[in-house]
Design a binder for this molecule. Structure first.
Ligand code: UD1
Length: 376
């Protein structure tokens, strides 16, 4: 069937980690002649959390933006559902494609599935086993109502089968986030340039000890003053030996300010910045001696780059980053964080790892499967 006769796929983004995933998918759809519509829920909206990613990653301007903004989980999910329904009615898409595990993912999947529109989930089957994580609820429920499920690592299919999902609907295609990493690696912004941009001492990039990148935003780490206070003390201690670069997520900044912890971070060994764009953060990450984080995507990116990663969580939905990459899980206990850091910096920089199908071609595999599915 010629492309002009195909109905479009409605592709959904909402929050920062969605943007790196949708960019290569939209590109592959264009190359494969699959018509696509891009819908932005507006879950993230700041320049640093949103527009800078569209620019850096060359994502086309969304065809529609629901502009829902921040709110409680129920408000956010309900607002998206209410506002996306008329768009689906008007567009009558062949399918709705959602990525990842944010509130925009489950909200749009749920509306589509109740309307009988096929749901495609990219990054399906990841499980932390921790139902106190809002993302885990979003993952489990989205997978249950998806018609086609694309996975990033083999363990995901086992999780899906255990939950009663027909394996015929599951396709192991690899990691679209790593497609984006390879595509942009040469364009990453040099660290010294980034520091100069923030009016910071570019010599930090040449400290003989190297430097570490820190990112934190999980409610379990930042919403409790005792836990966040312990992490901040730990970062101060680490920074005596290793300078830190800490782009601060808006949720985290809000908590640091309201708990009166910002002053504790004021040190010329801790470089606090606003959230960074993709090419800036990639430039910092690829030169880091080690990364301390609670992000899911960064666990995968450090694996592909061969950078040791210390994850401030007790579990991960991305086990391949531990078994095949340099990721260790330490929770938020300062002693465990510091012990893991000692290990990481005493070891030589690891080799970049290429787990199966993390080869920059995951989006092409998705487009190829969807082309056949749309025309069958
Ligand atoms: C959301 C996702 C999380 C993802 C993270 C990446 C869910 C359940 N959570 O969490 O999986 O890892 O995004 O950032 O979907 N804010 C701004 N500007 C923005 C966006 C948010 O200032 O552009 C502030 C608002 O005060 C908001 C807070 O950050 O209340 C949290 O934003 P929200 O989208 O609710 O959740 P995240 O913590 O970002």
């Amino acid at each position: 069937m010629p492309s002009s006769q195909l109905r479009p796929i409605l592709c959904v983004v909402g929050a920062r980690p969605n943007f790196m995933k949708i960019a290569p998918i939209m590109r592959a759809f264009r190359e494969e002649g699959i018509p696509a519509w891009l819908l932005h829920t507006g879950q993230h909206y700041d320049e640093e959390m949103n527009a800078s990613f569209f620019r850096d990653l060359g994502i086309p301007e969304p065809d529609v933006n629901l502009g829902i903004g921040s709110g409680t989980h129920a408000q956010q999910t309900a607002d998206i559902m209410r506002k996306v329904e008329p768009v689906m009615d008007e567009q009558n898409p062949a399918a709705v494609l959602v990525v990842g595990d944010v509130n925009s993912t489950i909200a749009c999947a749920l509306v589509a599935s109740k309307k009988g529109i096929p749901v495609i989930h990219v990054e399906a089957g990841l499980r932390s086993g921790d139902r106190s994580m809002p993302e885990e609820i979003n993952r489990v429920l989205t997978d249950q109502i998806s018609d086609l499920l694309f996975t990033t690592e083999r363990s995901a299919a086992d999780n899906l089968v255990r939950e009663g999902i027909d394996i015929e609907r599951v396709h192991f295609v690899g990691n679209v986030m790593i497609d984006t990493l390879y595509y942009n690696l040469q364009s990453a912004k040099p660290v010294a340039e980034t520091l100069a941009e923030y009016g910071l001492d570019p010599r930090i990039a040449h400290d003989p000890a190297g430097f570490a990148l820190v990112t934190l935003h999980r409610p379990s780490n930042v919403d409790d003053p005792k836990i966040l206070g312990g992490i901040v003390d730990c970062l101060s201690q680490i920074s005596r030996d290793l300078p830190l670069i800490f782009p601060i997520h808006p949720r985290t900044r809000g908590r640091l300010e309201s708990f009166g912890l910002m002053e504790k971070l004021a040190s010329n060994r801790i470089t606090c910045t606003p959230p960074m764009g993709y090419l800036q953060l990639l430039g910092i990450m690829k030169e880091s001696r080690v990364v301390l984080t609670d992000s899911g995507g960064i666990q995968e990116e450090t694996t592909a780059l061969g950078i040791p990663c210390i994850t401030l969580r007790e579990n991960t939905e991305r086990p391949i980053t531990v078994t095949e990459g340099g990721n260790v899980l330490v929770g938020h206990d300062p002693q465990r964080i510091i012990a893991a850091l000692g290990e990481a910096i005493n070891h030589r920089r690891g080799e970049p790892m290429r787990p199966e199908h993390w080869d920059g071609k995951a989006s092409q595999r998705i487009a190829c499967i969807l082309r056949a599915w749309l025309t069958s």
